[in-house]
Design a protein. Sequence first.
Length: 179
Amino acid sequence: MRKIAIFVLFFAICCASVYAERNLYEVFKGKDVIKVYLKEVKDDTGDSLVNENLFSEVFEDVIKKRINIKFEPVKSPDQADVIIEADIHKFDYKEKVHPRFYSAYALVADATAPKSSARIVVDYTVKIPGGREYKFKRFTTEERQPREGLDKDGALKGAIIKNVNRFIYRAFYKQRKRR
């Protein structure tokens, strides 16, 4: 009986440690400002419109605008609390998106407002200097924008903003338990 209890306790501790390491909330929850260095942005898409500099600029703008947790972009990894690498795997752009038929209201809304769509898939690696490395795989976001004639650059920027916000939320904010 004692062996079973020890095994159950060991198993529970292992499960709790795996769950706790899914994001960085516990690591930085008492910190006023998290200093972030975006080390590298890789482009695996082969699309000439995907611009690593645009991704870096948008990333910096998005983290500066966060309210609940303050982020400060820094220029060198020596000053950073976290070092982030981004690997862009896919970017799709559609100038005209076919309507989605979820309800009568959605049908009318889709029919009256032409939409453009941009979809981006990014892997993030977060390294704590002198510590652990966390991987956040396949962050996929799609931005549907009700503007006729929206160009690819505007659509790419909108998709990056949505993707970075989603990554920041998943990586640094306390997550609800999933049922």
